[in-house]
Design a protein around this ligand. Structure first.
Ligand code: GRF
Length: 186
């Protein structure tokens, strides 16, 4: 059985869905204090806070990446699922002897449309009538790795960023755990 780690920064509703789906999670890592950490604690899952104190342009992304990498290696993690993790990793994570091809992400748009952290707002602003979510392998190029699964969500006339994002997350909460389970069994 592959050892799975989940990385969070925020609400952790997708982490919660993974737990409820019965996925075996060996480690949760957060880059800040967040509800996702509390969910891990409450579920009795080992967790680590690799605190990102620096949000300026001088943030040492390579050093931070190495700190997270050390935790993953220390626990012999095989597969990493980012679930609302808001720090972008640098090259040490994507080396062949690190986690190349073994990091998954869920993104709240139909990639390659609307990459980046404002995906839902950007889709709404553009006026698309259909958006959705994408489960993909993360690579050094942000939101551009091989796609594993996608599902569409219709945009309603009355949608705000909040209402649209919540409907996208509802889909992510089912599609992401299922995709991970498929990979873990393969
Ligand atoms: C998801 O929409 C994910 O695609 C995005 O952040 C959200 C995480 O939600 N990157 P939560 O913290 O699991 O509730």
């Amino acid at each position: 059985m592959l050892k799975l780690a989940v990385l969070v920064s925020g609400q952790g509703s997708i982490l919660k869905a993974m737990i409820e789906e019965g996925l075996q999670i060996s480690l949760v890592i957060a880059d800040r204090e967040c509800r996702g950490l509390t969910i891990a604690k409450d579920a009795g899952i080992p967790y680590e806070l690799v605190l990102r104190k620096d949000f300026t342009e001088t943030f040492d992304r390579v050093d931070y990446t190495k700190q997270v990498l050390a935790k993953l290696r220390g626990d012999n993690i095989d597969l990493v699922a980012m679930a609302g993790f808001m720090t972008v990793f640098e090259w040490p994570m994507f080396e062949a002897d690190a986690y190349a091809g073994k990091i998954l992400n869920t993104h709240p748009s139909l990639l390659p449309s609307f990459k980046g952290e404002h995906a839902v707002a950007d889709a709404l602003e553009y006026g698309v009538k259909v958006t959705g979510c994408t489960i993909h392998r993360a690579t050094i190029d942000l939101d551009a790795g091989p796609i594993l699964a996608q599902e569409a969500v219709r945009v309603l006339d009355r949608d705000t960023v909040e209402t649209l994002w919540e409907r996208i997350k509802e889909v992510e909460r089912t599609l992401y755990p299922l995709t991970i389970r498929r990979l873990m069994l393969a």
